[in-house]
Design a protein around this ligand. Structure first.
Ligand code: FES
Ligand SMILES: [Fe+2]
Length: 432
């Protein structure tokens, strides 16, 4: 059931509520014997085979597999403290049925960051996107009002708009039906003589849309609206800290980079949420720009914020300083990251494309004073690209390991508290 379109500007709440603070300390993994892990993995795969035998596209498969999905969800126990907890089983990262269930319960229920306000700065600006099976278009109409719609023609379901840019109306490329930017159908070609047909009833299906700071949010919801504000739903008590940390609208958009990665979307999130654990081993170049001794993680309701001071390289001999004196890495459940460091902010939107594939959209924003410094921008983007490619390698490696019969569940280190928090939030959304 579609809900009414809504556009809201979110005011960051204040004051901030108390939050827990974790200072990072690394502990060793507790080893689980290979044979017991393998047995557990085999047992789980057998369960999955027994219950999940229909093609994922079959509607009845969702009902058929409810029992096995429930079993998979309950394999992770959020009540167990991180010190003793096991990670979720590998089927959370590999199973087709689980993936489809996850789209419904994790992605279609809450606010999703889908773009930034500069993309719809002027009247008639629009952009499109896809989240799971949801095709959407966001636009600003002739009155300056922001709208979100399912990007699907009411005639025979063709995708209506493509790309981004400016349009005075949306003309379907298939048979020419034409919609206003407010979603109403204004022309249905060659429909003369068709009975019980009303243009008014064939408009685009609306989605809820909102703005917070520089971000455009969208909500695909099948639930009755809660009374909470969009800010409290999306950011909770972290909104004030993000605003104070320089996450705001004064930065200039520089560019977008997209990476398709052969891994489940959660593998990328997990990698982001390990409290800097992998940095000394996998990002040696980045390490010299960060003082990992100062790494800290703060947990909020649906947000975690990792912070770290700049390292020895900060403001080095040649004056190049991409990271600045402090870096802030905010994870907004379930799939959006805001990285604020030095004069830069970049955002990472992790879009699931299947159980073992995702796309990560990086948008880069820079302090206006440096927006014309091409050398600085080029070098910063090259450094960022190198780190990103290192992470791509790590994530694809983990996905292959998750699919191996040798692995089912792992352990957390204390620095990975944000990852554990992420998994607890997932469990909360996924439980039946
Ligand atoms: S599908 Fe859009 S006009 Fe036919
Ligand atoms: Fe990394």
């Amino acid at each position: 059931m579609m809900t009414m379109m809504m556009m809201a500007t979110i005011t960051p709440p204040s004051p901030e509520l108390p939050s827990s603070k974790l200072t990072s300390t690394t502990t060793g993994y507790l080893k689980t014997s290979v044979s017991s892990v393998s047995q557990s993995a085999r047992r789980r795969r057998l369960n999955s085979t027994l219950f999940c035998t229909r093609p994922p596209s079959s509607p009845s498969s969702r009902v058929f597999s409810a029992c096995s999905i429930s079993n998979l969800v309950e394999e992770f126990d959020p009540e167990i403290l991180v010190e003793r907890a096991l990670t979720p089983p590998s089927s959370w990262y590999t199973d087709h049925q689980f993936y489809r269930y996850e789209l419904d319960h994790v992605f279609y229920g809450g606010w999703q960051a889908v773009g930034y306000t500069d993309q719809i700065k002027d009247n008639r600006d629009f952009f499109i996107g896809r989240l799971g099976e949801v095709e959407y278009v966001v636009c600003r109409d002739d009155d300056g009002k922001i709208h979100g719609f399912h990007n699907v023609c009411s005639h025979h379901a063709s995708i209506l708009a493509s790309g981004c840019g400016k349009k005075s109306c949306f003309v379907c490329p298939y048979h020419g039906w034409t919609y206003n930017l407010n979603g109403s159908l204004v022309k249905a070609t060659r429909m003369t003589g068709i009975e019980n047909f009303s243009l008014n009833e064939m408009g685009l299906k609306p989605l809820r849309v909102a703005v917070w700071g520089p971000f455009v949010l969208l909500k695909v919801t099948r639930e009755i609206e809660s009374d909470g504000s969009v800010a409290s739903e999306w950011l909770g008590s972290s909104a004030g800290k993000l605003s104070e940390g320089g996450v705001d609208s004064h930065l200039n958009f520089i560019c977008r980079r997209e990476y398709t990665i052969e891994c489940n979307w959660k593998v990328f999130c997990d990698n982001y949420l390990d409290g800097g654990y992998h940095v000394p081993y996998a990002h040696k170049g980045l390490m010299s720009g960060l003082d990992l001794e100062t790494y800290s993680t703060t947990l909020f309701e649906r947000v975690s914020i990792q912070e770290c001071d700049g390292g020895s390289k900060s403001g080095g001999e040649d004056g190049f300083d991409r990271l600045g004196s402090q870096a802030l890495y905010a994870f907004i459940y379930p799939n959006f990251m805001i990285n604020r460091y030095g004069p830069w902010m970049d955002t990472n939107l992790v879009i699931p494309l299947g159980p073992r594939k995702c796309k990560v959209v990086f948008d880069y924003f820079l302090d206006p004073s440096l927006k014309d410094d091409e050398a600085f921008i080029k070098r910063s983007l090259e450094e960022s690209e190198r780190v990103q490619m290192e992470d791509v390698g790590l994530c694809e490696s983990v996905q292959r390991g998750l699919e191996s019969p040798a692995y089912d569940k792992g352990r957390y280190a204390l620095v990975e508290k944000a990852m554990h928090h992420f998994h607890c939030l997932l469990h909360q959304n996924l439980k039946l």
